[in-house]
Design a binder for this molecule. Structure first.
Ligand code: CA
Length: 253
């Protein structure tokens, strides 16, 4: 297979490089899109041996390693890397039925594991945690904007000293949009990022959760429609509060 070393076109000089060793093309593509969006350079391999070769010959900041691969499996790759002295952070992808293997995966030297199906935000949180741990252990900085603070480590949101009680989904949406202020997220993007690549539902679920999130922000005195704006015909965007600009928000609910 010649396309196994296909490189991300969005690769940037000096950006963090991630090696994805995964034989399911849809998952590789899902990871490539999400990680490139987050500024990572993505290199992928669809077979175990070629992945191991890349991992040993090139420099990466992280390896995302599928457990079940057609030739050399994830355990064997992990074991060989560690025996070869590599300390590269490794996150293992496992299917739900393979969960009992997780202990083996971790003792084989992986740093963490994510169970399929997973959402991109869940994986990204693990990636950031592993990179922080391996990179000196400093804590994530809270994102603060428009009187709202979200802490990616504790998954807590505050308005001043008041805690905003958000569900996991609401928190993930708020954190994602606050991390990329003014960027417009389509419903499809939010669905993909928050619910996962194989979520069977339709995009109305996004509107429902945005509506719940706005209500909770309103309840603590944030004018939610001015910060989480509806972009007509496109989706939603987080706009840091600017007292000069009036809210131009089209109702969809
Ligand atoms: Ca697989």
């Amino acid at each position: 297979m010649k396309q196994e070393e296909r490189r991300s076109r969005e690769s940037k000089v000096g950006s963090r490089r991630v090696l994805v060793i995964e034989d399911e093309a849809t998952i590789t593509e899902f990871l490539r899109i999400g990680l490139s969006y987050e500024g990572f350079e993505v290199v992928s391999a669809s077979e175990g041996w070629s992945g191991l070769r890349l991992a040993t010959e090139e420099d990466f900041n992280l390896v995302i390693l599928d457990l079940m691969l057609p030739d050399l499996d994830g355990f064997a790759i992990c074991k060989r890397l560690r025996e070869g002295g590599s300390e590269i952070p490794i996150i293992m992808l496992t299917a739900r039925k393979e969960i009992p293997d997780r202990v083996a995966g971790l003792t084989m030297g992986a740093d963490d594991y994510v169970t399929k199906p997973f959402s991109f935000e869940e994986l990204l949180a693990r990636i950031q945690a592993v990179l922080r741990r391996k990179g000196g252990g400093e804590e994530a900085e809270a994102i603060v904007s428009s009187g709202i603070a979200v802490n990616p480590d504790t998954h807590e949101a505050y308005r001043g000293k008041e805690r905003i009680d958000l569900t996991r989904t609401e928190f993930a949406m708020l954190e994602l949009m606050m991390s990329h202020p003014k960027r417009v997220f389509t419903r499809e993007t939010l669905l993909n990022r928050i619910w996962g690549f194989d979520y069977p539902g339709d995009t109305n679920v996004v509107d429902v959760h945005i509506s719940h999130l706005r209500r909770k922000l309103d309840a603590v005195g944030v004018e939610a429609r001015r910060v989480i704006r509806t972009v007509y015909g496109m989706g939603y965007t987080f706009r840091p509060k600017d007292p000069e600009s009036p809210a131009r928000d089209e109702a969809v609910e």
